[in-house]
Write a protein that binds this ligand. Structure first.
Ligand SMILES: Cc1ncc(COP(=O)(O)O)c(C=O)c1O
Length: 340
């Protein structure tokens, strides 16, 4: 299981959990053996989807120690997601403590140091009150589970192709795009099937409205590298504020790139790939770290990015992030949080 874990297939021995009610606030915080839930058929999450989650990783370093990568950013995003879904606030301290205690309990599940494998951590929260009716649940369950992880995409750092979805958008102003809630991912499955049917690994989402700005990919933020040294990523708003995105932006200067957060139109992406002014494109997210995007297509058109191979800047940034995560280079931003 630890030799070739794949992604999300095996689960560790324990879980963290806690329960919230208006009367008792958060209580019953514990680490127990991993066990299935017994849910009443009227549990509110089953009907109204009041659910949020996070994704983060624990990394084993060469000396055997175990570290989290910027967990406070996941804690903060979890709070924002909770607020959007009218779920109760869980303090960032409790979030962090639950993750740390689970990793300590299941430290043997963190794969050996090899610069690629890690223990994926999945905190989540859902309405578990038994009732039928549309209002915030008055009983909420929180948990964290862990799963050893290898490469997320079978094609790995070899590069993926995106499908530009014209039929679906992921988010709209005032919607839930910036929250990490299960419903967003349920809504992404039909476009994902469409992408796969068109020979692409992932979807490239555009904003709704006339101008069609780039948003993000299925579970990753997008980046473009230009021939005049800019590293461009779509600005925040309706997209998820990725931890990897923030880290890539902060590392840009070390790669002689100017980080730019701005809106970017599909038409400009197509023109830039056609005339060579966009030299590289990649996606950034916890699960796959940095994934080169070597091409994209939509209804009636197809583009290659650069020479159709993973770009050198993309691979250098990928290596840089992995080197920090696995403790192979100094950590000047204090991004790592020691657990064991
Ligand atoms: C929709 C979406 N965008 C972007 C990301 C990347 O975020 P992070 O780098 O924090 O994993 C994710 C993954 O969590 C995601 O689900």
């Amino acid at each position: 299981m630890l030799v070739d874990p794949g992604f999300g297939r095996f689960f560790s021995d324990h879980m963290a959990s806690a329960t919230w009610t208006p009367e008792q606030d958060w209580h019953d915080c514990r680490i127990t053996a991993l066990e299935p839930y017994s849910l009443h058929p009227a549990a509110s999450v089953l009907h109204y989807g009041q659910e949020i989650f996070e994704g983060m990783k624990a990394f084993r370093h060469a000396d055997g120690s175990i570290w989290l990568f910027r967990p406070e950013l996941n804690a903060r995003r979890f709070s924002h997601s909770a607020q959007r879904l009218a779920l109760p606030a869980l303090s960032e301290e409790l979030f962090l403590e639950s993750v740390v205690e689970l990793v300590r309990a299941d430290q043997d599940w963190v794969p050996p140091f090899d610069g690629e494998r890690s223990l994926y951590l999945r905190p989540y929260m859902f309405g578990s009150e038994v009732f039928i009716g549309v209002r915030p649940a008055a009983r909420v369950s929180y948990g964290v589970i862990a799963s050893p992880a290898g490469a997320y995409f079978s094609s790995g750092a070899g590069g993926i192709t995106l499908w530009v979805s014209e039929n679906y958008t992921r988010a709209a102003k005032g919607g839930t795009g910036a929250a990490k809630c299960g419903g967003n991912y349920a809504a992404s499955l039909a476009p994902q099937v469409e992408a796969n049917n068109n020979g692409c690994e992932q979807v490239l989402y555009l904003s709704d409205g006339e101008d069609r700005y780039l948003e993000e990919s299925g579970t990753m933020n997008l980046f473009l590298v230009t021939d005049d040294g800019e590293l461009i990523t779509p600005s925040l708003g309706t997209i998820l504020e990725g931890v990897t995105r923030a880290s890539v932006l902060e590392l840009a200067a070390e790669h002689d790139l100017k980080p730019v957060e701005r809106r970017f139109r599909l038409e400009d992406l197509r023109a830039g790939c056609a005339d060579g002014s966009i030299t590289e494109m990649f996606a950034a997210g916890t699960a796959a770290v940095i994934t080169p995007i070597v091409g994209f297509k939509g209804a009636g058109y197809e583009h290659t990015v650069g020479d159709g191979q993973p770009g050198s800047v993309t691979l250098a940034i990928r290596k840089h992030i992995l080197d920090v995560q696995f403790g192979r280079v100094p950590d000047p931003g204090n991004w790592l949080h020691r657990v064991v």
